[in-house]
Design a protein around this ligand. Structure first.
Ligand SMILES: Cc1ncc(COP(=O)(O)O)c(C=O)c1O
Length: 459
């Protein structure tokens, strides 16, 4: 590799001189220098100093089969040699997206059997937004185009993704969001449940916010509701089990389409292929990306329900939408092989029946009791640790978000990659984690919490 001719310092200098990073304060980054990850294997990543770090985030919620899979490299190599690229515009196709579409239809929840490809979750949500609005226009109801989304939802970083998302700081930098998208409360019981309110009741109340938004606009003006089954980037917010069935009931009552964003939860994370199956939801669209290829290639697949697809096919004429890399043959070849590996190794079942429950217990027993921890929660292999100053009152350290960054920095120094979102630590490891890997992670996190506590209580 050519980078080996450069020292770490040189790479950092070049990075600072030319590379604008996503979601980064560049001035701060240029002062500290970036952490340069050079290689990875199994559940571990290695930085340019050779330090081994257990990757608690599967890259960015995506490397579900872990690093160093020769089979994926071989699939890409073989496809690149045979046909590195051809498009799927003007009535063309290539074999791998064809076969991947059939595979995805087989894995998807009932009533979802069509696929539209892109290269990222953001693109797929852009497609989803256009498609649901187009659907209602084709059905003779162009005014039915409002989208209800949630505060703190994350749906990507394009204009459409950021508009659908509910992150204020992103809206502020948009210079004008996509019109007619409203955001309602999120199902986050830890901070939003009322004193004495049960989880069940809170879930119903959070769902009621969707109904209120529909009634406020008038059901004839609302196209769809969009949500992540479990909010990821917003802090692994796991809704009460009462939430989704009620949201679904409300959407059906008012004939509002249900769009699920499974960019994080898709492909095994919650212990089923899709969280729609975990929460028993029958969505009209499912946005997927990330773990579809385990991050080895950029690829997204918007899974489209039969109701929308039937209208698009029968009444739509040409759909003026698509990307150069829609159905990219190499990305689709890698996705097919990735899904084959997941099936062969039974990774989804393992999360459901073994590592998921073990992870939940380990987090509760070994992390949940720590003085800095207000709550731990998890579903499948997706977890959160709330960092607080006072467990009883849930008071946070000030300034907001700083305590989680302290924990994260100690965790990385302990060889454990975690992410800090607000005052929440989040975990989303590769699905190849075993009980032993979970034990190792808990030990490292517990040490990081002890060290962070010493720092934070001093302040
Ligand atoms: C739920 C969700 N939707 C959409 C996206 C955007 O995906 P991408 O970064 O591939 O555009 C993300 C990315 O983290 C996500 O978590």
């Amino acid at each position: 590799m050519t980078y080996q001719n450069y020292s770490l310092k040189q790479l950092q200098q070049i990075d600072a001189a030319h590379h604008l990073h996503p979601f980064t304060d560049h001035k701060e980054l240029r002062e500290t220098g970036s952490r340069i990850i050079t290689h990875a294997n199994g559940p571990f990543i290695y930085d340019a100093d050779g330090t081994e770090i257990l990757d608690g985030m599967a890259g960015l919620w995506c490397v579900n089969v872990g690093y160093g899979r020769d089979e994926l490299a071989d699939a890409a190599h073989a496809q690149m040699k045979e046909l590195p690229y051809y498009n799927s515009f003007f009535k063309c196709s290539t074999p791998t997206p064809v076969l991947l579409s059939r595979k995805l239809a087989e894995l998807a929840p009932k009533g979802v059997s069509q696929v539209f490809y892109g290269s990222s979750g953001s693109e797929a949500n852009d497609t989803a937004l256009r498609l649901v609005r187009h659907y209602w226009a084709l059905e003779g109801k162009p005014q039915k185009n409002r989208i209800i989304a949630r505060k703190m939802g994350y749906h990507g970083s394009t204009i459409a993704g950021a508009s659908l998302g509910g992150m204020d700081m992103m809206h502020k930098q948009l210079g004008g969001a996509v019109p007619n998208i409203v955001h309602v409360m999120m199902p986050y019981a830890y901070e939003l449940a009322l004193p004495g309110e049960s989880d069940h009741d809170f879930g119903l109340r959070a769902a009621k916010a969707v109904e209120d938004a529909i009634l406020e606009a008038g059901a004839d003006k609302v196209a769809a509701f969009i949500g992540e089954p479990v909010m990821g980037a917003g802090g692994v917010k796991i809704p009460p089990m009462s939430y989704w069935p009620e949201v679904q009931r409300i959407c059906r009552k008012y004939d509002v389409l249900l769009m699920l964003d499974e960019v994080i939860t898709g492909y095994g994370r919650t212990g089923e292929w899709f969280a729609a199956q975990t929460f028993d939801i029958e969505p009209d669209t499912i946005t997927t990306a990330k773990a579809l290829t385990s991050g080895y290639q950029p690829l997204s697949a918007l899974l489209v329900g039969d109701r929308i697809a039937a209208t698009l096919v029968e009444k739509g004429g040409e759909f003026y939408h698509g990307y150069t890399y829609s159905g990219h043959p190499v990305a689709c070849a890698v996705a097919l092989k990735n899904l084959e590996i997941m099936e062969r190794e039974g990774l989804v079942d393992r999360v459901k029946n073994d590592t998921g429950p073990y992870f939940a217990t380990a987090l509760q027993e070994r992390i949940g009791g720590h003085d800095l921890v207000g709550e731990v929660r998890s579903i499948g292999l997706m977890g959160a640790i709330e960092i607080v100053k006072d467990k009883a009152t849930k008071e946070r350290f000030l300034p907001a978000g700083s305590a989680a960054v302290t924990v994260r920095d100690h965790a990385i120094a302990q060889g454990m990659m975690l992410r800090a979102t607000g005052d929440t630590m989040i975990l989303s490891p590769p699905l190849i984690w075993t009980r032993e890997t979970i034990d190792m992670a808990c030990e490292r996190i517990a040490r990081a919490l002890d060290l962070a506590q010493a720092d934070l209580r001093k302040r």
